[in-house]
Ligand binder design. Structure first.
Ligand SMILES: Nc1ncnc2c1ncn2[C@@H]1O[C@H](COP(=O)(O)OP(=O)(O)O)[C@@H](O)[C@H]1O
Ligand SMILES: [Mg+2]
Length: 257
């Protein structure tokens, strides 16, 4: 089943078409890669899906509903949750508290209500606290539950970022370069974690990533864009052998390694 569809979506910045009449279909439960050289329009595509940018033309359809132009919190409420290219955590909060913030987003409890901590609220809080611990376990982060996020090594911070996104109970996760700055072991572990998120929770995953080898290992289907236009789509082995794709990467300053 097609869960998300972009129909001829364009986004202009002044005279520049960051994405141009872009068609994209994401199937429920798949792990799909969106790749392309630097400046190809990958992050813009995410911003248009999440409502952070309003497209100049085209439609974004999620589960049969036209979500074009909805505000980011409305899109998140419908079940599309993203992570950012740069780590975005509450640095002074512990890992556990960061996940609790994500859970509050998913539980749709006001942040004010959450920190007021009224008596009627405490039972719900205990439940969320247990859930936060479960999520940390899922990500193998239980040992650092009480560490402030800012003290964690970079790889664990990125993992925590995904944990927060998962805590919001998405139907679809958009991950913007989740492997950046990771060492090879961290990359392998993150790939396994993303697969488990999909396998155990049935969550659809859209990954933007520069690390080509990792994308090939992780994704079942790949869409390639260059200068905001889709140039290829297919299984990883087809994409690897696609001449246009190879040329797009060789012709840019980014690395296809
Ligand atoms: N807010 C913005 N204002 C102006 N230009 C932008 C903005 N965001 C992105 N761009 C431009 O749009 C193009 C696509 O950017 P982006 O989507 O970030 O690419 P990618 O994520 O594939 O590297 C680039 O040329 C970039 O400079
Ligand atoms: Mg980007």
């Amino acid at each position: 089943m097609t869960q998300l569809e972009l129909q001829k979506v364009s986004k202009f910045f002044g005279g520049l078409a960051a994405i141009s009449r872009l068609d994209l279909q994401v199937q429920q439960g798949e792990i799909i890669g969106l790749i392309g050289p630097n400046g190809a329009g990958k992050t813009t595509t995410f911003n248009v899906i999440t409502g952070e940018l309003r497209p100049n033309e085209g439609e974004v359809i999620f589960e049969g509903q036209d979500i074009t132009g909805l505000r980011p919190h409305q899109v998140a409420t419908l079940g599309i949750v993203r992570t950012y290219q740069l780590v975005t955590l509450f640095p002074g909060y512990t890992a556990l508290k960061n996940v609790l913030v994500g859970l509050h987003l998913g539980a749709r409890i006001g942040f004010a209500e959450a920190i007021l901590n009224s008596r009627s609220h405490q039972r719900k809080e205990l439940h969320l606290y247990r859930q936060a611990q479960e999520i940390l376990n899922f990500f193998n982060l239980q040992a650092v539950a009480d560490e402030p996020a800012e003290n964690l090594p970079h790889g664990l911070q990125r993992k925590l970022g995904v944990a927060i996104a998962l805590a919001a109970r998405p139907k679809m996760l958009l991950l913007d370069e989740p492997l950046t700055g990771m060492n090879p072991n961290e990359v392998l572990e993150m790939i396994a974690t993303i697969r488990r998120i999909r396998d155990r929770n049935g969550i659809t995953v859209v990954v933007v990533e520069h690390n080509m080898r990792a994308v090939m290992a992780l994704c079942e289907r790949i869409v390639v864009i260059n200068f905001g236009v889709r140039i290829a789509e297919g299984a990883p082995q087809d994409i690897q052998a696609n001449k246009q794709v190879v040329e797009a990467y060789l012709g840019s300053d980014s690395h296809a390694a």
